[in-house]
Design a protein around this ligand. Structure first.
Ligand code: MN
Length: 730
């Protein structure tokens, strides 16, 4: 590139003015000239990395916009696009001199400049493309931004190698898809080719070489085909439709070669011939003629007229075989479709308003608003509206951190959601938020394009507020806030959770020890990420584990285990032995009902003996039970030896106790409290005053065995005032 001075810039600007005045458009040349002069003065003394005066850049961007057929204000904004960002000029200065329209365009481009493009993750690239589309209330902002990027790409050779690669990656992941979405083929292909040449210079050079080598024959080939088609069309058309020929872009060929594994010679649509007609009917008519002239290659016909691409592209595509045995693609389209294919959304300015000369400012802005704001149907804009709408999920808003990282949130999200979306700790430590540098309340609802700064506390104990749960919108933020409270209030939650779980177990007649419980809930613990039983209690206490969801399964599992324990006992260890849920084994008798007698309520560990009742199976008594002692000699044959099944059988046994103590106020409730602390189920409890003035409580409780009973008794004996605790016969 020849080095430019201010003088050459001025000369280039005059060339631009001449081009504009030659075009049939109502350009406001005075306004464009003063925008150029303003920008030149503001950028005075600034230089590009190429060493050229800075004004070469906005001037070149303006030139690209002229090629795209953009209007006066867009061209002015292109000339001024860097003044607010890089010079002392302000939004108000621009507005005062060039009007709100230009100022807003410049402002839009400046805002887009603040977005951090450094993240290459696909999701972030997608977010950035969306924020671009949604932030630019006026689609011209995007077109200016694309032109800006194109000129930066054209002059990328002046930057360092690393920078070239980074910028090329950004261009490929953000700007090429944007240009494609807006259907601006010219911008898209050039951006793609330049990025490609930096990203894979060897492949690019190879393709360039191949193209160069075959240039002569290629040109000859295309010329022959074109003239044959023209000759044939002349029979049916007057005037003869436009026939163009071209070779696919370097990147287009690269994609086919590398993505589809084809060799250079295998690429069918390396050559493309284009026929442009006036009506849709003529398109299909020409298609018939093409298939008559050349052999169509099967499965290569595409009707983008009846089914346009998302970016509004319309054409008929077919691949045919020439007489020389070289395949080529034929694209058939109307002029309208052609303009859309080349300029996409920019065609709206270039061909519709430009040609008609009806330059209605408000109408155009309305049209742009429709694209982004409403779904109102309107003639030709409808397709574009639909195409762009598809890209934006209206329920999303995009806001940025001061560093320019884009955060995507659902509509209605508040600054709290934003803070948690950045990082959990940013959320927990949040003390306030600034939107566009102004302090806002916690329930401030975020709008697209806002730059949000979260103010955080350095105090490590600072945490979220409970009412944030009602303010924030996203489940992510809510979950993180809940989890904070879960951790902070752990002790309380453990107590709460333990109590409610055991209450529920008792209600469901699930009688197990804590150890057995741990075994039973191991699945639920794992499912809820609990490592210890305390974690699990805490989760219940907090509400992270819902009892009504786990208890039915526990009950089922408990019943199953109990049944299995019996089976195992029967088949594998002691055949011919009977054992019921009472936990007592009657040697030598299979499958009989075993009941613990009510008179002495035996507990595992007690010495026991069985009595064969008439029709009610075996009744089990303690060996020191008065009934056994008094009757054992009367019917000695009916007494049979029995034994406890052993530790593996989870079971609970009712036992009656008598507690005697001084009759102080509160002694009864303290006795009961000692039971609930030990998580003992109480079935009956009654208290009275004895003749001697002492207090006596009669209790019926459930325990797993004598060992547990001992524990309960000694616990009760520690209650102040209690004198004795004894098992009692009923
Ligand atoms: Mn720029």
């Amino acid at each position: 590139m020849a080095e430019q001075t201010i003088q050459t810039c001025n000369r280039n600007f005059e060339k631009l003015i001449t081009r504009l005045s030659d075009l049939d458009k109502n350009y406001n040349l005075t306004k464009i000239r003063s925008a150029y002069e303003f920008a030149r003065e503001m950028h005075d003394g600034q230089f590009r990395e190429s060493g050229e005066p800075y004004i070469t850049h906005p001037l070149a961007v303006a030139g690209i916009l002229v090629d795209l057929g953009m209007d006066t204000d867009a061209i002015c904004a292109a000339l001024l696009h860097d003044v607010v960002e890089d010079t002392d000029a302000t939004y108000d200065d621009v507005k005062k001199q060039f009007g709100a329209d230009v100022a807003n365009l410049v402002d839009g481009v400046t805002k887009l400049d603040k977005i951090n493009l450094a993240s290459k993750e696909e999701q972030q690239a997608e977010n950035i493309r969306k924020i671009f589309l949604s932030m630019a209330k006026d689609i011209r902002v995007i077109i200016i931004k694309l032109a800006d990027r194109l000129h930066n790409m054209r002059t990328l050779g002046f930057r360092s190698g690393v920078k070239r690669r980074d910028v090329s990656l950004e261009t490929m992941s953000i700007f090429v898809p944007l240009a494609n979405r807006l259907g601006i083929r010219q911008l898209k292909e050039e951006l793609e080719d330049i990025s490609f040449s930096y990203l894979d210079p060897y492949a690019y050079a190879e393709i360039e070489q191949l193209l160069e080598k075959s240039k002569r024959e290629r040109e000859e080939f295309i010329e022959t085909i074109k003239s044959r088609i023209r000759k044939r069309l002349a029979a049916d058309f007057d005037p003869v439709p436009t026939v163009e020929g071209r070779v696919k872009s370097a990147y287009g060929i690269y994609k086919k070669v590398y993505e589809q594994g084809k060799t250079f010679d295998e690429i069918y649509d390396k050559y493309a011939v284009r026929v442009i007609v006036n009506t849709v009917t003529e398109c299909y008519f020409v298609l018939g003629i093409m298939h008559d002239m050349f052999q169509p290659i099967p499965n290569r016909f595409k009707d983008y007229i009846s089914t346009p691409k998302a970016n509004m592209y319309q054409s008929l595509h077919t691949t045919v075989m020439g007489r020389e045995g070289i395949p080529f693609e034929v694209q058939i389209r109307t002029w309208d479709m052609h303009h859309t294919a080349e300029f996409g959304i920019a065609a709206h300015w270039k061909y519709k308003e430009g040609r008609s000369g009806k330059y209605k400012f408000d109408e155009r802005l309305n049209w742009v608003r429709q694209i982004l704001d409403t779904q109102k149907e309107s003639d030709d804009a409808e397709d574009i509206v639909r195409a762009i709408k598809n890209d934006l999920s209206p329920e999303d808003v995009f806001a940025m951190t001061p560093k320019g990282d884009v955060i995507s949130l659902p509509q209605g999200a508040t600054v709290i959601d934003f803070a948690y979306a950045i990082h959990t700790q940013v959320g927990h430590k949040m003390t306030g938020a600034k939107v566009d540098k102004k302090l806002v309340p916690f329930d401030y609802v975020i709008k697209t394009g806002e730059i949000i700064e979260i103010i955080t506390s350095k105090d490590p104990s600072h945490g979220p507020k409970r009412d944030w749960l009602n303010i924030c919108k996203t489940n992510e933020a809510k979950a993180k806030i809940r989890s904070w409270f879960k951790k902070e209030r752990r002790d309380e939650n453990i107590v709460e959770g333990r109590e409610s779980l055991w209450r529920e177990l008792r209600r469901n007649m699930i009688r197990i020890t804590e150890e057995e419980l741990q075994e039973l809930v191991v699945v639920d613990m794992k499912h809820h990420g609990c490592e210890t039983l305390d974690d699990f209690y805490a989760a219940i206490g907090y509400g992270g584990v819902t009892l009504s969801k786990i208890v039915p399964r526990l009950k089922e599992e408990y019943t199953k285990r109990t049944a299995e324990a019996e089976k195992t006992e029967n088949f594998e260890f002691t055949p011919g032995v009977s054992k019921s849920a009472s936990g007592v084994i009657v040697d030598g008798i299979d499958n009989c009902v075993v009941k613990l007698s009510q008179c002495c309520s035996p507990l595992p560990g007690d010495d026991i003996i069985g009595f064969i009742t008439r029709g009610h199976g075996v009744s089990v008594h303690k060996k020191d039970c008065v009934n056994y002692l008094s009757q054992k000699d009367a019917e000695p044959d009916r007494w049979v030896p029995v034994r406890w099944a052993g530790k593996e059988l989870p079971n609970y046994y009712k036992v009656a106790l008598e507690v005697v103590g001084y009759n102080r106020i509160g002694i009864f409730s303290d006795v009961l409290a000692s039971l609930s602390e030990a998580r003992i189920t109480t079935h009956e409890a009654a208290a009275r005053v004895l003749k001697n003035g002492n207090f006596m409580a009669s209790l019926t409780i459930s325990v797993a065995g004598t060992a547990e009973l001992e524990g309960v008794i000694s616990r009760m004996k520690r209650v102040s005032g209690v004198l004795s605790v004894d098992r009692s016969a009923k």
